[in-house]
Ligand binder design. Structure first.
Ligand code: SAM
Length: 459
């Protein structure tokens, strides 16, 4: 198995108290853009020297700025079914939890999508529990059809990332045919013993089967896969090294590693209290994880959800995170419930309840360019093609213009007058600073075309 537990444990032991010099050498190595070893990564996670820690954050911030500029990609989750045959100790959907389970009808999926479109979303993450009888792959495929077909005035969903349980090559092929964006699956924990403890007697119990899901997805032709660990289940250093080994395995076998890595942190949920989890991360540890991941895999998008507070989101956006959700509900039918009753049932507790418009305003005020771009996947810039463009820096030529264009589109369709003014002024300013005169012209032209009513312009 490609997660070498013995090696990870020995590296964690060996790097408990790294010398300051040793840590500085790793930082220099990262500055030279050399690939870091597992030991280097563990050293960055473990060093306690204040000045080195400061340098880690500074470097992570510089790397982020140089690759992602000020762009932040926006998305929202859509929960369609909470039927689940698994018994994950940490999850509100665990089968032992008694509550009225439901799955959305296609009519209800449409309603949820329309609400999400009204919020301005273009990119969704489709979420559901695992239940081959109540929510088989055919149900997921129907949901995908419905989501892509549902439009609301100018609103449309242009990319659906899918987070469903580990499955077979045949089923991944079906997902691929429906035109999914990224296939997302969290390993939950890379530590096999902890994994088995956390997933008792269920379909999800098999560590190897779960771990090899991306191998099957990639064999089925899915180019972009998004990994993650549920931070708080096992030692966080183990999870980071596990993620890196998993990434290396995919790179070696398929020529491309994770498209994204998510960093969910364990939260309270129905029947789940935090006392039973001895490996919860402090905020400081969590921030370090984000910074070290940014340094270790600069070209892999880092996704942060509304599990984190506004303050934490603000901080980790500075030195790592490139994609955030906004206005999220983690309950089935949650968007409609929230509209009608002001509350929604959740899979787990969220901590940032602001609307997308509030989040986007806040991002703009902090100097970011919120991006609703979905162009890469729609133009076939996926998998190793995407990574090659990203690593050569070529991708910048399309990312920045597309971010500006989609921000203006969002502002025109969903902003109030004050927001329109602010977003368009910012967009024009950023466009005027674009280095390539040809691209600058295209973007300035696109802003005018959008103001005249055209939509969905991208490079
Ligand atoms: N059913 C899919 C599977 O088996 O992978 C996953 C879908 S689930 C809706 C999405 C993710 O929510 C899980 O992979 C897990 O990491 C996360 N999750 C579950 N319980 C959580 C909790 N209490 N706090 C934070 N995240 C949680």
């Amino acid at each position: 198995m490609f997660i070498d537990h013995k090696l990870i444990n020995s590296i964690i032991d060996e790097t408990k108290n790294p010398e300051v010099d040793e840590a500085r050498k790793v930082i220099e190595k990262a500055k030279r853009k050399e690939k870091l070893s597992y030991k280097d990564i563990a050293i960055l996670l473990s060093t306690e020297d204040e000045s080195v820690v400061k340098d880690i954050y500074t470097l992570a911030g510089e790397i982020k700025e140089s690759i992602y500029g000020k762009r932040i990609v926006m998305f929202a989750p859509l929960y369609v079914s909470d039927y689940c045959v698994n018994n994950c100790v940490y999850c509100g959907y665990q089968r032992c939890n008694e509550f009225k389970r439901r799955k959305l009808t296609m009519e209800e999926v449409k309603e949820e999508v329309k609400i999400l479109e009204k919020m301005g979303h273009k990119r969704l993450a489709l979420e559901l529990g695992e239940d081959p009888v109540n929510a088989p792959i055919e149900y997921v495929l129907d949901c995908l059809d419905t989501i892509y077909k549902t439009q609301n005035e100018n609103g449309e969903i242009r990319r659906v990332n899918v987070n469903i349980a580990a499955t077979t090559v045949e089923e991944y092929k079906m997902l691929k045919e429906k035109g999914i964006g990224t296939y997302i699956l969290f390993q939950e924990t890379y530590n096999k013993d902890v994994y088995e403890y956390m997933h008792p007697k269920s379909l999800k119990s098999n560590y190897e089967y779960h771990l090899t899901a991306f191998d099957r997805a990639m064999e089925a032709g899915i180019d972009d896969v998004g990994g993650g660990a549920l931070f708080g289940l096992a030692n966080y250093k183990f999870e980071v090294l596990g993620l890196m080994m998993h990434n290396a395995h995919l790179e070696e076998k398929f020529g491309v590693g994770f498209h994204t890595i998510s960093v969910p942190r364990l939260k309270k949920a129905n029947g789940v209290t935090m006392e039973n989890f001895p490996n919860l991360l402090t905020d400081e540890e969590f921030k370090r994880v984000v910074a070290v991941l940014r340094i270790a895999v600069p070209f892999t998008g880092l996704i942060l959800s509304t599990r984190e507070t506004k303050e934490m989101r603000k901080e980790v956006l500075r030195y790592g995170v490139s994609q955030v959700s906004a206005g999220s509900s983690t309950g089935v039918g949650g968007y409609k419930d929230r509209e009608e009753n002001g509350k929604d049932d959740k899979q787990f507790q969220t901590s940032d309840e602001r609307s997308p418009l509030e989040v986007i305003n806040w991002l703009l005020d902090d100097g970011y360019i919120p991006s609703y771009c979905t162009a890469c996947y729609r133009t076939g810039r996926t998998g190793d093609r995407f990574m090659t463009l990203a690593k050569s820096g070529e991708i910048q030529k399309v990312c920045e213009p597309n971010a500006i264009t989609t921000l203006v589109e969002y502002a025109l369709d969903y902003g109030d007058e004050a927001f329109k003014e602010k977003a368009i002024t910012t967009a024009k300013k950023v466009a005027s600073e674009l280095k390539d005169p040809k691209t600058k012209k295209i973007v300035e032209n696109n802003i005018e075309r959008l103001q005249k009513g055209e939509r969905d312009l991208f490079l």
